[in-house]
Write a protein that binds this ligand. Sequence first.
Ligand SMILES: Cc1cc2nc3c(=O)[nH]c(=O)nc-3n(C[C@H](O)[C@H](O)[C@H](O)COP(=O)(O)O)c2cc1C
Length: 366
Amino acid sequence: MTTAKLFTPLKAGAIDLKNRIVMAPLTRNRARAEDDAPYEIHVDYYSQRAGAGLIVTEASQISPEGKGYAWTPGIHSAAQVAGWKAVTDAVHARGGRIVLQLWHVGRISHTSLQPDGQAPVAPSAVSAGAKTFDGEQFVETSTPRALELSEIPRVIEDYRKAARNALEAGFDGVEVHAANGYLIDQFLRDGANKRTDEYGGSVENRTRLMREVVEAVVDIWGADRVGIRLSPFSAANNISDSDPMPLFEHAVDILNGFGLAYLHMIEGQTGGPRELEEGQSIAALRARFDGVYMANNGYDRTLAIDMVESGKADLVAFGRPYIANPDLAERLKQDAPLNEPDSSTFYGGGREGYTDYPFLNETEAA
Ligand SMILES: Cc1cc2nc3c(=O)[nH]c(=O)nc-3n(C[C@H](O)[C@H](O)[C@H](O)COP(=O)(O)O)c2cc1C
């Protein structure tokens, strides 16, 4: 049995983790169709994974407008809060910790998924040219309309309400989703943000929404139960920026001012290569950040152990390996073989490819 630091406890802000292994947020499009609420299968899926030091839930829309794909769960209605409460109770009963990922998709949506068939909202009326799933097929994301300056306080208020709902649902904290080309990332990057008011232009202006959302969420939870996820160099959902290094340096400086529970960073292309372009540096951003650092993207056991052992990361989040291995933490500890994820069941459906991946003892028995 290994004594590697990866398997030792850590306190991230006020959240006590029994090990440094995190289940990364994973959208699985299995919420109840009529009300976007999680239900029994989610209770089983997440509680099976309670061996992680921390679970970050799949991204969950803060409002009907924040939705961009069929069957993703929300955190804006009583039914959704009740569904999530059953999930958090079950994870806690197994000694796990779980935070909710707060999501507004911005322009990564389709009119058919929006209230009254409206256009999705974004910093600017610039189409992502990306794809989403509308419940029947993959469709091109709709051209968004630019949020009016006067609407932005309402969007921030939606984050605040969602954060309060997450508190009511019994989570240990929340993670602000500021990655992967969704609303906050759209404001951050000049490829999507063409605004000329105080939310566009300079890095100070483009980081304003992120700062104000974090302020609102911290107001509900306290900073030591709030994390944030960034993907500084990822082109996920066709997001781009002309000069990401100074932008994300400024973002990290702002986050340092809050004393958050952790900073979660996707290193490289989300789900793709970890390599960066010249002039880009995750290590420099990590060094700039004052608090607990959660690394993600393409980690295996060896890399995770090395990064934590050397102090380059405090926590490591695993995405695809957690889809296929409910007992991933135990498998990594024992250096046991891993089940392979089946990508045909990643999105949509029921229990198949969701709650039926075998645990180690079941594999041995088979
Ligand atoms: C099926 C699937 C769903 C995902 N859903 C989310 C999500 O809801 N929120 C998010 O921030 N990232 C999401 N991601 C990205 C993962 O959290 C993670 O960054 C990515 O898979 C790379 O980590 P890995 O190499 O350990 O899988 C998703 C990835 C996959 C494969």
